[in-house]
Design a binder for this molecule. Structure first.
Ligand SMILES: Nc1ncnc2c1ncn2[C@@H]1O[C@H](COP(=O)(O)OP(=O)(O)OP(=O)(O)O)[C@@H](O)[C@H]1O
Ligand SMILES: [Mg+2]
Length: 256
């Protein structure tokens, strides 16, 4: 693929956290490239630095070493306009669900009526119909997470950085949102870097799965997922899917 199609490049990223007297090594020499419309999943043990890597990609943290390029421009350590959804939802407590979700549209200069209309249209898909006027403390954990995801996908950016967006959801809602995310991506061709602990979710959604080792996180496996698209649920019981699953499970045990 041509380099102009590269939405995100992470080049030899290493990072440490200052923890008083010592420095905690968190990421070691991570490189990855994400082209337009590509979906990459990050799998790895808890504490291996996945959330840190997303923060580095979003420009919220400056790595000790390495570079971040967004759409061909270097932006290491500088906050960028990307659709970043942190592991903890960051809804404003004094704003309703509707107001929270509409923020990126209003920030982009879209008129309030239109912005609210677009959010309302998506509420049923996210299982949030009837809750537009609720404040975050009146919603369940899973509902807050869905509201945060809704807000993130409304941000007009070629890149989505999603940190375990479906972790707190029940199985049915999780499957519905996976389907919905795939259909959105087919329409908008956004690149996605997606953190998950679910091997099934990673294989079902991704074009490529990166396996990260224990801290300091290194990429120990880059596995292309060559399953046809559009994908439907039935794929998860097919032989190719199960082969990927076995391979990733074994690699997680032996390499990560
Ligand atoms: N702000 C911080 N200051 C110091 N250490 C931190 C900070 N944030 C994270 N860490 C440490 O960095 C390591 C990696 O954390 P990170 O949140 O990136 O892991 P993760 O792979 O996302 O884990 P999980 O799967 O549990 O979400 C952990 O050991 C954590 O304690
Ligand atoms: Mg994390």
């Amino acid at each position: 693929m041509k380099s102009k199609d590269e939405v995100l490049i992470l080049e030899n990223i290493s990072a440490t956290y200052d923890s008083g007297e010592t420095r905690l090594p968190v990421l070691k020499d991570i490189s990855l490239r994400l082209h337009k419309g590509e979906f990459a999943a990050l799998l790895g043990p808890s504490g291996s630095g996945k959330s840190t890597l997303l923060k580095i990609a979003a420009g919220l943290i400056r790595p000790d070493r390495g570079r971040v390029l967004l759409n061909g421009k270097e932006c290491t350590g500088r906050v960028q306009k990307v659709g970043y959804m942190p592991q903890q939802d960051l809804l404003f407590p004094w704003k309703t669900l509707l107001e929270n979700a509409a923020l990126p549209l209003l920030a982009a200069g879209i008129e309030k009526k239109e912005a609210y209309g677009r959010v309302r249209e998506l509420l049923p898909v996210f299982g949030l119909e009837g809750f537009a006027c609720y404040y975050p403390h009146q919603l369940s954990g899973g509902m807050r997470q869905r509201a945060a995801l809704l807000r993130t996908v409304l941000i007009e950016s070629s890149l989505l950085l999603l940190d375990e967006p479906f972790a707190a959801l029940d199985a049915i809602t999780r499957e519905n949102l996976q389907e919905w995310l795939l259909s959105v991506l087919e329409r908008f061709h956004r690149a996605v870097l997606f953190v998950t602990h679910s091997i099934d979710e990673a294989i079902y959604l991704a074009d490529r799965v990166y396996l990260i080792s224990q801290r300091p996180g290194r990429i120990v496996l880059e596995q292309p997922i060559e399953l046809p698209r559009p994908r439907s649920r039935g794929i998860i019981t097919t032989a190719p899917f199960l082969n990927y699953k076995e391979l990733l499970m074994k690699s997680l045990q032996s390499k990560a």
